[in-house]
Each structure stands twice: as C-alpha cells, then as structure tokens.
Design a protein around this ligand. Sequence first.
Ligand code: ZN
Length: 429
Amino acid sequence: MPVLSRVFPRWLALALAVAAVPMTSSMAPSPSAWAAASPDNLPPEIAAHFTPEDVARGRTYTHGRYWLFVAGTLLRLALLSFLVLTPASAALRNLAVRLAPAHPALAVAAYIALLAVAFEILTLPLGYYAGFVREHAFGLSTQTAGTWLLDRAKGAAISVALAVLLGSLLALLWRRYPGRWVLPAWVLGGLVVVVLVALAPVVIDPLFNTIRPLRDSALRDRALALADRAGLAVEQVYEADASRRTKKGNAYFTGLGATKRIVLYDNLVARSDPAAVELVLAHEMGHWTHAHIWKGIGLALAGLAVLLWCGARVLAWAAERRAFHLTGPADIAGLPLFLLVLFVLNLVGLPIQNAVSRRFERQADRTSLELTGNPAAFIRAEVDLARSNLADLNPPRWIVQLLYTHPPVAERIRMADAFAAAASPPPPR
Ligand SMILES: [Zn+2]
C-alpha cells in the first residue's frame, strides 16, 4: 500500500486496524526483510536469473530495512510507554483543558492534536533517514529534501486531522456509553475503514501523485482485452507519476465500487517490456477477481473487534489504578495506553496478517498466469521488479513468515516454472 502507509501514521492505522495489507497491493516483492544467506544455499531459481551482485545489493538494502523496522517499532513502543508510565499524558490533558476551559470537546481535540503533532515530530528523524537518506544512498530516490519534506508535511497534516476527528469521536463514545462503547466504536471504525478505502484513490492519492489514464494506447488496449478475458468491467487503467519520487517499479489495485482501479507506476510502464507489464496488470486483476479488498476489509473488522475489546478491558483496569493518573475510564489521558494495547496486539498479529496477504498474492499470481498463459513474461516481470527494487533474493524463512506481505521472489518464479511445466508436458519417451 504505497500511498496509504505514507498517509496514516502507524499508530492511527493500528487504531483503525487498517492493517489489512491487501487494500492496495502490489506485485513488487516485499522490501522489508533481512538475510544472512550464504551464496552456497541460494535457491536454484535465484542462481539462474540473478548475478551475485544482485544478491549482495538486495541483501545489504533489505538487511538495513529490517533493522529500521525494529528501530521504528521500538521508538513507537518507547514513546507510548513513556506517556503511559509517567504523568506526561495527564499533564498534556491538563494543558489542553487550560487551552479550552469551557469546552470539554475542544479540550479533547486539543489534547489529540498535541499528541499527534508530537508523534509526527519525534518520528521525523528516523523517517527522514529511512525514506530519504538511505533511499538516496542506494540510488533509489529521485526526490530532493524539499519535496520529501513537502510529502511528509502533507501526510502529517492528513494524519493529524484524521486523528483529531476519529479520536474525538472515540472519546465521545467513551463518555456517552461507559462500559458499553466497544460495539458502537466497532461499527464506527468499520464505516471509517470502508469510506477511507473508497475515497483514498480519488481524495488522498491525488494529493501525492498526478494520476491519469494510461497514455500508452497499445498497452491500454492490451489491458482492456485482458480485463475482458477476466470478466471484469474495467474501463480505464491509470498511471501515477511515481518517477518523481522513486526509481522503484510498482502497481496497485485500490478503491471500492466506483473508485476501484488499477494504477501502474509510470517508471514501470517506461522500463519493462509490454508483455511483462501485462503480467503485472493481470496480477492486479487477480486481486480484483478474488475480491481481495472486501476480504481484507472483513479481516480488518474482525481484528478491530479484538483490538477494541482488549483495549476497553485494559482501560477499565487502569482507571482503577493511581499509577496511570487517570480520572476514570473515559479520561482522554488514557488514549496512549489504549494505543499501546492496540500497537502490541497488532505486532503480535502481524505474522497472521502477512500470511493472509501472502495467500492473496499467490492467488493473484496464479490468476495472472491463467489469464495470460505467459510464464516467461511473468518471470521477466518478477526479475525486473526484484532487481530494480533491491529485493532480498534469499530471505530466511522466519523473516518471510514475520514480515513478508508477498511470497519471496524464488517462490514466485518456481510457481511460474511449475505452471510452464504443467502447460507443456515433456514429450513421451
Ligand atoms: Zn498483489
């Protein structure tokens, strides 16, 4: 989810359980992993299609990304824990009340805004290193520091606004339905997820990219013919000017109902051969035919129910204990504790979410092969994306299970090889 993950700060995304990965999905291999692979145990598919330099470069890049995931997680845990274990949150609440003494709702909004802005500022240095400095060091970024910061500022503005809106609604439910707010919060959260998924392609994505109908008419004709074969009512395929940000190639399927669409990165269109781009399109159509967005939303709502229920139990427990400096279970100063519970549970559930995501990706891969009958182009697309995106070509199994939203490159190539072998059985002896 290239755009959504930039727009929502992790803690807000968690609060929404927007974590369902397939809301937008890409054919690009997951970049988040590390490897300690020795050249000796390289999968044969990797040895056949990549050079040792490809392997080494991908490993260096992804190894660092793994440690950055650990650092980002620890930073957020530390920030939330600090607010939970010290009187800082209560002090911030007191400050917000002094800012709007006669208006409790306004004081709540001020508290959330202060908290959200503080989070944005405190996570900025790590974000700058991971998203700008390091991407440049590996020759992947095409941004200046100025345009990177502008992106970040836009994302932060949206995050803070959403946090204030959703947090205020949550606080209202806490006050109005003491002990019984989980169900209304779940219904509200579900509506918010559906609305955001439906609106993101037309409201949020255009804030970061120019998204317009695919200009390459030959490719568009191929795409529409492919959609026809898949039985999908696709009238248009879009391209995003991602090249002003990155050299990485990607494509994604996003939206709901009338906003449902496939978007290709312009740098993917420019670089690859048309048959390989067609495979990427067919993969995204696979997500469409399998209704992965709706299934993802369903799973997110199931997860949200668990998160809200656990969050409510912990808040009620903490309200009884002076160590947490709360005036009651509806005290907005309890928000960091609530978010901490959500954060930890989400982390624990990450391997499950990623297993579901990998399953969806395998289904989309399978559909792309069936639709095109072109495993050779599938492999070319996969190799091209893995090389340009510096994928980890030989990730350890446990890293895949923990962090990978997509099957590793070798597995995807193996699937195409198996498809090719089944399509053309060896001649009789
Ligand atoms: Zn996908």
